[in-house]
Ligand binder design. Structure first.
Ligand code: GDD
Ligand code: MN
Length: 247
């Protein structure tokens, strides 16, 4: 028996979606991905932390009809970054992308991001609200805007390369690169891109692609005081080079 998969059937991309209480957004996002990624070999993995609104049931319902979608249910744990890590670990595609589950990110950019990495050999393609053409109006209020801008200014001090939107949660990279960086990740909180880039070397090539941060479709943001504390904790872990995974 020949176990190898014909090259034309190999997965190019796993889209990883951390989700918590996003039941009404699952189907719209899946449909949007179907049209955005037409002609590409892809799958989407929703990673749900046992949401009270039964988000995972929406995922499983669609998964019974279409093999491009699947879900991971985590019980007794919470966290955007750690959910992303587990989603990536369940993938075997060439590249992985991370996108929010509330339609705030622009999924139509995924093919361009994929080409930036696969054809133009960038290490990271980042959906950016802070390069020309990008827009941040989807942030809920001025307080969120202030927090986001302050976070950006703090984190830019510690990055090995220029990244105008280190707080973005919308990015794509080779899976092998993610796995290489994995042992040094903090995995705490919301900022998995920042976590990854802070762990990377100064020789990485990073392409920022402008996008307009949309209003959330249904539901509400999970960013609260605890997430802000986690952000500072994550920065400390990175600066003192400690990692939860190493212990
Ligand atoms: N599995 C899991 N567990 N998913 C989570 C958790 C969690 O504990 N907390 C949040 N999520 C999911 C949400 O359901 C959503 O799909 C995504 O992670 C982003 O969460 P939001 O609560 O919508 O975040 P936001 O809109 O406040 O923040 C956005 O802007 C930041 C930049 O200001 C996100 O895009 C962040 O990724 C981004 O860094
Ligand atoms: Mn959101």
């Amino acid at each position: 028996m020949n176990a190898s998969c014909p090259v034309e059937n190999r997965l190019e991309l796993s889209v990883v979606v951390p989700c918590y209480n996003e039941c009404d957004n699952v189907e719209p996002l899946f449909k949007a991905l179907i049209s955005a990624l037409e002609g590409r070999k892809w799958e989407v993995i929703f990673v749900d932390d046992n949401s009270p609104d039964d988000t995972i049931k929406q995922v499983w319902r669609l998964a019974q009809q279409d093999r491009r979608i699947r879900g991971i249910l985590r019980v007794g744990r919470r966290g955007l970054s750690s959910a992303v890590i587990e989603g990536v670990l369940s993938s075997s595609a060439e590249c992985v992308a991370v996108i929010d589950g509330d339609m705030q990110h622009d999924e139509t950019l995924l093919p361009m991001m994929l080409d930036a990495v696969l054809q133009d050999h960038y290490d990271f393609a980042v959906g950016s609200r802070h390069v020309e053409g990008g827009d941040n109006t989807g942030l809920a209020n001025r307080w969120r805007l202030f927090l986001s801008n302050t976070g950006i200014r703090i984190s830019q001090q510690f990055l090995p390369v220029t990244l105008n939107d280190p707080m973005s949660g919308f990015f794509l990279l080779r899976r092998s690169m993610f796995i290489e960086l994995l042992p040094t990740l903090s995995g705490t909180g919301f900022k998995i891109l920042l976590d990854l880039v802070m762990s990377a070397s100064s020789s990485i090539r990073l392409k920022e692609i402008p996008f307009q941060f949309r209003q959330r479709l249904f539901g509400e943001s999970k960013l609260g005081f605890k997430v802000m504390i986690q952000f500072l904790f994550m920065l400390m872990q990175k600066l003192f080079k400690t990692s939860v995974k190493k212990k």
